[in-house]
Design a binder for this molecule. Structure first.
Ligand SMILES: *[C@@H]1O[C@H](CO)[C@@H](O)[C@H](O)[C@H]1NC(C)=O
Ligand SMILES: *[C@@H]1O[C@H](CO)[C@@H](O)[C@H](O)[C@H]1NC(C)=O
Ligand SMILES: *[C@@H]1O[C@H](CO)[C@@H](O)[C@H](O)[C@H]1NC(C)=O
Length: 331
């Protein structure tokens, strides 16, 4: 009886181990996606699903889990920048355009502003801190205009000192899904032209028909931008500011960003990050508004796949550097 049990165990254990190995392998394969991009490149893009990153992290007293997630984002960015150095780097901090940085000198932080990516909220937070919580600055101009004026390097610094601070301050960047941002830019800057004359696209003479559909907007972008998009002044100028890729706008491969905030996890990220710099987190709105992938999918459904892939070519580097995928955007 004993030896029979032992014999059963000898057969059973290897089977169990083999089963566990296979199950693990299947699970691993199910949790990655391979996107086959036909068209311009035969290249296979292997993007890990971002669902884990998008999930709110468990809060622990010391905020360790948040730091782990930020570290993962930093690591991904660094690997991508190493891989695409020639395309994505301006060639060092001295060469940067450095146009979108807001300096909060008292906290030694620098935040890069990208339009359509929470920039107004950031201006409000930083200006609130600058004015010690009073709202005296409100109404004297748009938050962006006031912020550009007040949130600058301390006056009187030499170029060398500025550069030194640019290196030593903690730098923060905010990103979101590139296609979500594109839909947001269309809905805010071009779609209103369908019913109104006073709209951004008209005022700025964007070459669009009088009732621009999302497809027109996509075609306009594809026609005005040269791919591959390189980190240089000419490429930067070829984009309307609401559409320029993050890697151009915030010079992400030249500045050493410590914190990459994602709009998809805005509440979770900022409720942890802002108090570190003595800023009270109040804005609850974005979490709901920004989980709008369903809306983005609807707009993208109006585009033929060939256009979707051309748009992907434009934002490919951003997709890779920040871990976004085409899930849901291709039929
Ligand atoms: C905020 O407080 C600091 C320190 O008390 C002070 O130096 C600064 O001038 C104040 N800023 C404003 C805009 O009131
Ligand atoms: C334009 O106006 C029509 C009719 O007034 C309305 O049904 C439609 O939703 C409006 N479109 C936009 C984009 O505001
Ligand atoms: C976003 O919305 C989708 C459905 O609309 C839901 O499945 C998903 O869990 C939401 N994500 C977050 C981070 O709230």
């Amino acid at each position: 009886m004993r030896s029979r049990q032992l014999w059963n165990l000898k057969i059973f254990m290897p089977i169990l181990v083999a089963f566990c190995l296979i199950a693990h392998f299947v699970w691993y394969e199910m949790h990655r996606v391979e996107l086959h991009i036909p068209m311009h490149s035969k290249q296979i893009v292997d993007i890990e699903k971002t669902t884990i990153d998008a999930r709110p992290v468990q809060k622990s007293a010391g905020g360790v889990d948040h730091e782990i997630r930020f570290a993962e984002r930093r690591k991904r960015l660094q690997l991508g920048c190493d891989k695409h150095r020639n395309q994505a780097s301006f060639g060092g901090v001295q060469q940067m355009l450095n146009s979108r940085l807001l300096w909060l000198n008292r906290e030694n932080i620098i935040v890069c502003m990208t339009p359509k990516v929470g920039s107004t909220s950031w201006c409000n937070y930083l200006l609130g801190h600058y004015h010690n919580g009073s709202s005296t600055w409100e109404g004297i101009g748009s938050p962006q205009a006031v912020a550009r004026r007040l949130l600058a390097p301390q006056p009187g610094l030499t170029g060398e000192e500025k550069l030194q601070q640019l290196t030593s301050f903690t730098k923060i960047l905010t990103v979101r899904h590139p296609f979500g941002r594109l839909v947001s830019a269309y809905r805010n800057k071009a779609e209103p032209c369908i019913n109104r004359t006073g709209c951004y696209a008209r005022r700025n003479n964007l070459p669009l028909p009088s009732k621009p559909l999302f497809k027109d907007f996509a075609e306009y972008l594809i026609d005005t931008v040269k791919v591959p998009v390189l980190a240089d002044a000419a490429a930067y100028k070829s984009f309307d500011i609401h559409l320029s890729p993050f890697f151009l706008n915030c010079e992400v491969c030249d500045l050493n960003y410590e914190y990459i905030v994602k709009m998809e996890t805005w509440d979770d990220d900022l409720s942890y990050l802002l108090p570190k710099y003595h800023i009270k987190y109040v804005d609850k709105a974005y979490g709901a508004i920004l989980n709008s992938s369903d809306v983005s999918f609807q707009y993208f459904k109006t585009l033929p796949e060939s256009l979707v892939l051309k748009l992907y070519e434009i934002y490919k580097i951003d997709f890779e550097l920040f871990g976004y995928s085409l899930d849901g955007y291709l039929k």
